[in-house]
Design a protein around this ligand. Structure first.
Ligand SMILES: C[S@@+](CC[C@H](N)C(=O)[O-])C[C@H]1O[C@@H](n2cnc3c(N)ncnc32)[C@H](O)[C@@H]1O
Length: 234
């Protein structure tokens, strides 16, 4: 029986939702805080009034944006995996701040938002899991206001010299550690596979232009294992 990729991704994140943050910080040696920081700094420069954090998961990018941006900024944080959103909402409740964030269900394949709704859309480590990347990027483009910006924080293809160490870690060490902690080695093997097959900075740039964005810049970080793409709607 054919099971759509979106369904598999949703199920996988449902299974690891409760351990997601812990594993994220351990497996990235805490560098994920720095990557989100860099993303928030880039968004802050634009001083947006309306932001959507898509594939928000447990909400860390949305929280970072809320801390960094003007308090008047309305942040919509959407994800299609309810257990991940539940984790985000628990964190929001516990913190007693972040009242400018609305967490809600949203599937990047058909977003339930009007055309031209947001000044900025951010998406961190989500694009890689889209069932149809071009469709998702076109949906984001539709919901952005003219001159609006999309920021994608995502894994990328590392510098050549770093590749052997990186893929050794990604393919063998990471799934083993994550498997012990989450009891779902398969989920992390799948994630490692999607990282290995994800396009380079140049290739993702081309995909963004093909989806209809007018200008794209890419910034590599941590030996280019991760990159931020900034794409602008005409
Ligand atoms: C690796 S997590 C990233 C979460 C968060 N952005 C972060 O930086 O920690 C990927 C998230 O993308 C979400 N996702 C994948 N495909 C999606 C889609 N089509 N629509 C909405 N969310 C999606 C998953 O449910 C998951 O929560």
């Amino acid at each position: 029986m054919h099971i759509p990729i979106g369904h598999k991704v949703k199920k996988m994140f449902s299974g690891i939702a409760y351990k997601y943050d812990f594993l994220n910080h351990i497996l990235s040696f805490g560098i994920d805080y720095y990557w989100r920081d860099c993303l928030a700094k880039k968004v802050k420069k634009l001083d947006p009034k309306t932001v959507m954090d898509l594939a928000t998961g447990s909400g860390d990018v949305a929280f970072k944006l809320s801390d960094s941006l003007n308090k008047e900024c309305a942040i919509t944080a959407a994800d299609f995996c309810q257990p991940m959103l539940d984790q985000a909402k628990i964190k929001q409740l516990k913190s007693k701040k972040y009242s400018n964030i609305t967490f809600q269900f949203g599937d990047a394949m058909h977003l339930d938002f009007e055309d031209n709704s947001f000044d900025v859309v951010t998406i961190a480590f989500g694009v890689r899991n889209f069932e149809d990347r071009n469709k998702g990027l076109r949906e984001i483009l539709r919901t952005l206001k003219p001159k609006g910006s999309l920021f994608i924080l995502e894994f990328s293809q590392p510098n050549v010299w770093f590749k052997p160490f990186y893929f050794l870690y990604l393919k063998y060490i990471l799934p083993t550690i994550a498997g012990i902690i989450s009891r779902d080695k398969n989920a992390y093997q799948y994630l490692a596979g999607t990282i290995e097959s994800f396009p380079s900075k140049e290739a993702l740039k081309s995909q963004l232009l093909e989806a209809g964005f007018s200008k794209v810049d890419a910034y590599g970080m941590t030996f280019s294992t991760v990159a931020i793409h900034h794409a602008i709607k005409q």
